[in-house]
Design a binder for this molecule. Structure first.
Ligand code: DAT
Ligand code: MG
Length: 134
């Protein structure tokens, strides 16, 4: 069993598609282990996205991700990291395959609805950041 951190970003909450996203996760056979609605402070957002600190979009990304409540969850299952990344689709929603969350529901790269950890290392780091007591 593997665990991954999934975020339904503020655009997903604002658009009332939280249920749609969770439904896809559950239908895939993945299980929710923890879930919380919260608004990130800038420090947590910068730590979460620290690998992108030198990118030109970093400031805008931090502003976006702190701009409203998001849903943070820990999702568990067989190869959960890869399984959720496949459900999410490519980073750019325009090129994300139809059938994926981003491919079906989004159009702009920053507002791409979901985050999923991309490796066992980042999953462990991100789960600790969001759910230190888990
Ligand atoms: P992913 O979320 O697929 O893991 P990433 O880690 O490369 O993608 O980037 C993190 C987030 O940053 C991504 O979900 C949206 C935003 N982002 C990525 N590339 C971008 C770009 N060229 N312009 C604006 N935002 C971007
Ligand atoms: Mg990433």
């Amino acid at each position: 069993m593997e665990r991954t951190l999934v975020l339904i970003k503020p655009d997903g909450v604002r658009r009332s598609i939280v249920g749609e996203v969770i439904s896809r996760i559950e239908r895939k056979g993945l299980n929710l282990v923890a879930m919380e609605l919260r608004t990130l402070d800038a420090d947590t957002a910068k730590t979460h996205y620290e690998e992108h600190a030198s990118r030109p979009f970093f400031g805008s990304l931090v502003e976006f991700i702190t701009g409203g409540p998001l849903v943070a969850m820990v999702v568990e299952g067989e190869r959960a990291i890869e399984a959720f990344r496949a459900l999410a689709g490519a980073t750019d929603p325009v090129t994300a395959a139809p059938g994926t969350i981003r491919g079906d529901l989004a159009l702009e790269v920053q507002q791409n609805i979901v985050h999923g950890s991309d490796s066992t290392y980042s999953a462990e780091r991100e789960i600790k950041l969001f759910f230190p007591n888990l």
